[in-house]
Unconditional design. Structure first.
Length: 283
């Protein structure tokens, strides 16, 4: 199989994690992962965070036992390293952490655009690698992450899966070339939804609604429709058809959105542009 998934309801149990877990970079996404790990039972004393400029929230976790910027020599049995720094600083950050990586360590990178080969070349350590792409809803525990492994055993992949599932569902793929399209669809996708809400509010105001009411209607409609899509067993197309009466107002609007030059074409072009840019950034 080229891909497998894990439902969001399959919450990971991290009480039995052994060894040390090192998080490199504790910004929004790294911080979301850390909060998820602790929420699902990971012992704070087993976590080391490497972050030169920790937020007050991250700094406070040191009171619970999380080791913040510890001496590298004090880290033993590093089971997993999660790299969550900005891709621009990867070439500087990775050589610093390389000495703590053993052959048994699984290295998980959530850096956009940084390939498995880049990780291997920069770390210069024989170890299991996982390249992953989470998205913004991970900060609420409702994200989706796509991951691709290299030289990872079943146990290491399972561990990576459990760590990544702390912020939502996980999909695994075998072909790393798919990661550029993944970035374009789910990584950048929340921005497309925000733009939809923004455009819908602007259209409502143009139709005569007070601006504040138009914005609230657009926001609540997107939230409600998303929740319906989440809870329903039906696909997006079926849900759309169910709310579209022949000859009604929705049908009139969809005729505009679904013509040859409509939303579907624009979305294909947008996703392709993001995919191409992801490939350029990867070099």
């Amino acid at each position: 199989m080229n891909a497998s998934s894990h439902a969001p309801s399959e919450n990971p149990d991290l009480h039995d994690f052994s060894g040390s877990l090192v998080l490199v970079g504790a910004g929004k996404m790294g911080g979301a992962l850390l909060e998820g790990w602790l929420r699902f039972g990971l012992d704070p004393k087993k976590v080391a965070v490497v972050e030169p400029s920790p937020s007050p929230e991250i700094a406070t976790l040191s009171q619970r036992g999380v080791r913040l910027n510890p001496d590298r020599a004090t880290l033993s049995r590093v089971t997993a390293v999660v790299i969550a720094v900005k891709p621009q600083v990867a070439a500087v950050a990775l050589p610093v952490i390389a000495p703590m990586i053993a052959m048994s360590t699984v290295v998980i990178s959530i850096m956009a655009g940084r390939t498995l080969q880049f990780l291997s070349d920069t770390l210069q350590r024989p170890c299991a690698l996982v390249r992953a792409m989470p998205n913004l809803p991970a900060s609420l525990g409702h994200g989706i992450t796509v991951a691709v492994p290299r030289q990872a055993s079943s146990a290491q992949r399972n561990l990576a899966d459990r760590l990544l599932r702390a912020t939502g569902s996980v999909e695994w793929v075998a072909d790393e070339l798919l990661m550029d399209a993944v970035t374009a669809v789910s990584g950048s996708g929340p921005a497309y939804v925000f733009l939809l809400a923004e455009a819908l509010a602007q259209a409502g105001a143009a139709a005569g609604l007070p601006q504040a009411l138009a914005e609230k209607l657009a926001r609540e409609t997107v939230i409600g429709a998303g929740e319906l899509l989440h809870r329903s067993g039906l696909g997006a197309a079926a849900l759309r058809e169910n709310v579209t009466s022949p000859g009604g107002t929705t049908a009139a609007a969809l005729k505009v959105l679904m013509d040859g030059n409509g939303l579907a074409r624009l979305m294909r072009e947008a996703v392709q542009a993001a995919t191409d840019r992801s490939r350029q950034l990867a070099g």
